[in-house]
Design a protein around this ligand. Structure first.
Ligand code: KIV
Ligand code: NA
Length: 265
């Protein structure tokens, strides 16, 4: 039960063992996620929606991410902690470095995650050259919701699928050590996962990714409004929140989640 590091995750990928990732935003749930065997806790900017009740993730600030990351940090000891860089916090490499530094030094994050493809390559290089581990995020990028015109599956036509694959290669080349792939067809996610040497964590991205991530509130069935189709309510039939989280971790580890109905073709 030693601490999870990026080396642990690389080894899991190469051995074909699935990585269980879950979001958490405070110490209590961070402790439960750790107890349930989650390898990676993501302090997602999804907290803007599920904790703050905002309409999107856009209003979330660096200050708020630092605050939640520090709470998560106090609750767990084994998982790797990844903190999201919120909207407008990584517009330039310099700004990104300042803010990533706060998430690591004040929040205690082990890695930062940022949304974006080709345009973020220089920033990712800037961070990784300076000892800031980076998780990239492609496919549906919620911070781009007003450009995308809604929460829709990405990479459905061959042009956008090729763009995602090319961006993934570039981000890995720039030093990214993990990639989140959100809402893309299963076959594309499979291609990206096989092509990259770094762990690829899917959400609405099918069964072939190296790991899976869900938003805590979605998997507990307490999402405000309609839960996304790729999610599953693990609380239904569970005796406690802890056993629901355990069931999720087990389902990811044994490959029973996601199932076919959670995938996009
Ligand atoms: O903010 C978040 O929770 C995320 C996951 C959905 C990947 O970025
Ligand atoms: Na996010």
């Amino acid at each position: 039960n030693s601490k999870v590091t990026i080396s642990t995750l690389d080894a899991m990928k190469s051995e074909g063992r699935k990585i269980a990732v879950l979001t958490a935003y405070d110490a209590s749930f961070s402790r439960l996620a750790d107890a349930a065997g989650v390898e990676v806790i993501l302090v997602g900017d999804s907290l803007g929606m599920v904790v703050q009740g905002q309409e999107s993730t856009l209003p979330v600030t660096v200050e708020e991410m630092v605050y939640h990351t520090a709470m998560v940090k106090r609750g767990c000891s084994r998982p790797l902690i990844v903190a999201d860089m919120p909207f407008m916090s990584h517009g330039t490499p310099r700004q990104a470095l300042d803010n990533a530094g706060r998430l690591m030094k004040e929040g205690g994050a082990h890695m930062v995650k940022l949304e974006g493809g080709h345009a973020q390559v220089e920033t990712v290089r800037h961070l990784t050259d300076r000892a800031v581990p980076v998780c990239a995020h492609l496919g549906l990028m919620p911070q781009s919701i007003h450009q995308l015109g809604g929460y829709k599956v990405q990479g459905r036509d061959s042009n956008s699928a090729e763009r995602i694959l090319a961006d993934a290669h570039e981000l890995q080349e720039a030093g990214a050590q993990m990639l989140v792939l959100e809402c893309v067809p299963e076959l594309l996610a499979r291609e990206v996962s096989l092509a990259l040497s770094i762990p690829v964590i899917g959400i609405g991205a099918g069964r072939s990714c190296d790991g899976q991530v869900l938003v805590l509130h979605d998997m507990l069935g307490i999402t405000l409004g309609k839960a996304p189709r790729f999610s599953h309510d693990f609380m239904a039939g569970a005796a406690s929140i802890e056993s629901a989280i355990r069931a999720y971790v087990q389902a990811v580890h044994n490959g029973s989640f996601p199932a076919e109905e959670h995938c996009f073709k």
